[in-house]
Write a protein that binds this ligand. Structure first.
Ligand code: LCS
Length: 407
């Protein structure tokens, strides 16, 4: 690319996508090979020692994977990126790389359930301690830090509560206490938020979500800010083994090229849906970073380029009302996951965040009535009409309450 400062869409389309040198293919070839031939024993040894660049074995690197990694690096403004077999593989690899026996970490309490459970249940067996707190409050973070704290792990916006943490504030605390600041940027995507620009050390994503965008691949990525971090994470990933398959990497890279378009359309839809939910009498509460009543609007302004495409809300009748709504809508699909072209609706307390347990959910504000709506790229008109009909229907008696009049 000849432009000095290409925009985010130019980066997503062109970074890592040079026409191939052999035939000029415009789409990056899929190098579906587990291993790469050496011209000589000397070359094999030189590749292993690092004296000669080049590919060895796909767990340690692959040209199709490298093209995707280059695109993500450019979009996040990082030093390097390492693609993984899932978002959880990315998160587990970061914990594996940086947490040792006796270490302590502080994390956001309302994170994607397994991101917390892996530490509380599994890393704990190896002597890692953790505290999961409301990271939207900087004093709460400070109070949780101990001499042995090594990492501050945040999700902003949080899954599923959509609360935000102040990236620059967290980075300042991390610097002051010598902690590694890791940010899960899955909900915002680099189109709306680039945590490294605010002082984060590492960014992780579930690329299963917006980056791929088509609900057909499970993948993740770790973005580093420095070469030293790249080496540490690369070493952990090589040994931990959560590498991505080249064909999956190619699919994600294809999806990534339309990330900006998809986020813009989904976000427009989410704004329209937020307006409907705010005015509909069957809705008790709504939380959306683009809503006029969003309590952290200043933070959206400060660190995000838009409110995103995910919202959560509760309806009249609590959990039971929500259950009925989930089964009434016809355009959104009742399914977990998010960030695809299709709108998905789910109930976190019984689904994505069930593994946290009731106590942790209540502390984190993941109430039983919370419905998560991950808005896709359909026409707003159709989403609105469908949701309005389903919400209107909540005022009708539930089917089991309907009494038939005997003839
Ligand atoms: N980080 C966030 C913020 C997530 O939402 C997820 C998955 C992960 C990491 C893990 O990524 P994966 O291994 O699935 O690629 N979130 C899901 C969700 O909310 N519904 O289903 C999966």
């Amino acid at each position: 690319m000849s432009t000095d400062k290409p925009g985010i869409n130019t980066r997503s389309v062109h970074a890592g996508a040079e026409p191939d040198r052999l035939h000029g293919a415009v789409s990056v070839p899929i190098y579906q090979s587990s291993t790469f031939a050496f011209a000589s024993t000397a070359q094999g040894a030189a590749r292993f020692s690092g004296d000669e660049p080049g590919y060895i074995y796909t767990r340690m690197g692959n040209p199709t994977v490298a093209a995707l990694e280059e695109a993500v690096t450019a979009m996040e403004g990082g030093h390097a990126a390492l693609a993984t077999s899932s978002g959880m593989a990315a998160i587990a690899t970061v914990f594996f790389a940086y947490l040792e026996a006796g270490a302590h970490m502080v994390g956001t309490d309302a994170v994607y359930g397994p991101s917390r459970v892996i530490v509380e249940r599994h890393f704990r067996r190896f002597g890692v301690q953790s505290d999961w707190v409301d990271t939207s409050d900087l004093d709460t973070i400070r109070a949780a830090i101990r001499p042995e704290t090594r990492m501050l792990y945040i999700e902003t916006p949080e899954n599923p509560t959509l609360r935000l943490s102040d990236l620059a504030g967290c980075a300042a605390i991390a610097r002051e206490h010598g902690l590694l600041l890791v940010v899960d940027n899955t909900f915002a995507t680099p189109v709306l938020q680039r945590p490294l620009e605010h002082g984060a050390d590492l960014v992780v994503h579930s690329m299963t979500k917006f980056l791929n965008g088509h609900a057909d691949v499970v993948a993740g990525v770790i973005v580093t800010a420095t070469e030293e971090q790249r080496r540490t994470v690369r070493d952990a990933l090589n040994h931990h083994g959560g590498c991505i398959d080249p064909h999956q990497a190619w699919l994600v890279h294809r999806g990534l090229k339309t990330l900006g378009l998809r986020v813009a359309q989904a976000q427009r839809n989410a704004v329209a849906i937020s307006d409907l939910l705010h005015e509909h009498p069957a809705v008790e509460w709504v939380r959306y970073p683009g809503g006029a009543d969003f309590p952290q609007a200043g933070l959206v302004e400060k660190q995000m380029e838009g409110p995103g495409a995910i919202l959560c809300f509760g309806v009249r009748g609590g959990y039971e009302g929500g259950r009925r709504l989930l089964e009434k809508v016809t355009v959104p699909t009742l399914a977990v996951s998010l960030g695809g072209v299709e709108t998905l609706i789910e109930h976190p307390a019984s689904m994505t965040h069930a593994s946290l347990g009731r106590e942790a959910r209540e502390e984190a504000g993941i109430t039983d009535d919370l419905i998560r709506l991950a808005v896709g790229c359909e026409d707003a008109r159709d989403l609105i009409e469908d949701l309005r009909t389903a919400l209107d229907g909540l005022f009708e008696p539930a089917p089991q309450e309907v009494r038939t009049v005997p003839a």
